[in-house]
Ligand binder design. Structure first.
Ligand SMILES: [Zn+2]
Length: 342
């Protein structure tokens, strides 16, 4: 490596590899060398994965900026274990499997870590959701790119089922690896909330501030400036923490967002949306909405309400809102944008 390398993510692989070389053009116009070290028995399958990875590269470059290691290479080494985000030489052990949508989900995920882990690296394990949460969000966003918004929304909703909500996604005190990768006390056999809940937090932030500002903030988190997007000598990489993202998101949205970060990242419990509709009402009925929050934390989160097939956004500046309906009771947050108690 000529670029800085994350010290948690170095490895030595040895095998009778066969090398497939190729290249792909970056959005910067530069040529990125591709080197895939494939085991002889799967050599034939390597070329297809390269073509697939070129699509992933185009997707990441579109949303978060140029492939950070253009001055070196885009590479994988086939391994017996599933995968890991070693900079410019990902460990790849997914056996060239593609899901129903034609995606090699392992490769999509590990390759995205070239941005969320290797370009932008958490300065302490407490902030590792910046690697796994951001990347899990990208994994789901790729479905939107490929299949459209509904596919993205459905996949994101499915994520919400497994949250543990036992420790904060981004604790304030220093942590060691297993403490953030697993939800205490279930250290074994389960991913921590830094993956799915981190991704869902970004999904909710996207709803709150809107696509234009959200994707600007996402890109600024990867590359704070246009100048940094053009660097390839190592100065494009940097260490970050959760407050860096708060600063960026507030600057790009023009909104105060500390309450959002406090709720979803700094403490483990989810807010609950209490919905009250009058029992016998047919016309101009008031639907009362109220956020019930841990320790009465402020939570001025708007929410979508669907009335007669039309979705409207109800602002809740004091954590309360009212909307009037006639006939069938409205559906609250029909698309599942806001992370809350189910
Ligand atoms: Zn990962």
């Amino acid at each position: 490596m000529r670029n800085p390398i994350s010290n948690y993510s170095m490895v030595f692989n040895a095998a009778p590899y066969k090398l497939i070389e190729d290249s792909v053009k970056s959005i910067t116009g530069e040529t990125i060398p591709i080197k895939f070290y494939i085991l002889p028995e799967s050599f034939e399958k390597g070329a297809k994965l390269i073509e697939e990875t070129k699509k992933y590269n185009a997707f990441y470059e579109k949303y978060i900026g140029p492939f950070p290691f253009r001055s070196e290479k885009l590479g994988i080494a086939e391994t017996p274990h599933l995968g890991m985000e070693h900079s410019t030489m990902l460990a790849y052990g997914n056996k060239f499997q593609y899901n129903a949508n034609g995606i090699d989900t392992l490769q999509l995920h590990e390759f995205g870590h070239e941005w969320w882990a290797n370009l932008v690296t958490a300065s302490d394990w407490r902030d590792f959701w910046i690697h796994e949460g951001f990347q899990s969000f990208m994994d789901t966003l790729y479905l939107e790119e490929l299949k459209g918004k509904e596919a993205y929304l459905t996949a994101m909703k499915n994520r919400a089922r497994g949250f543990k909500n036992k420790q904060p996604v981004a604790p304030r005190e220093p942590k060691i690896a297993y403490q953030v990768y697993m939800s205490e006390p279930e250290y074994l056999n389960s991913d921590g909330d830094i993956y799915g809940k981190g991704a869902y937090f970004l999904h909710t932030l996207r709803y709150l501030i809107g696509d234009e500002k959200f994707f600007k903030a996402l890109r600024h988190m990867a590359y704070p400036t246009k100048e940094m997007e053009l660097l390839t000598d190592g100065r494009q990489t940097r260490l970050v923490n959760t407050d860096d993202f708060l600063t960026i998101a507030e600057a790009d949205s023009g909104m105060k967002l500390d309450w959002l970060f406090e709720m979803y990242l700094r403490q483990p419990k989810l807010p609950k949306l209490v919905v009250a509709a009058p029992a016998d009402c047919a016309v101009n009925c008031p639907l009362l909405l109220r956020w019930e929050t841990p320790n009465n934390m402020p939570f001025p989160m708007p929410v979508d309400v669907e009335i007669d097939g039309k979705i409207q956004r109800v602002e809740m500046p004091d954590g309360k809102g009212t909307v009037t309906y006639s006939g069938r009771p409205p559906v609250v947050d029909p698309k599942g944008w806001v992370l809350k108690v189910q």
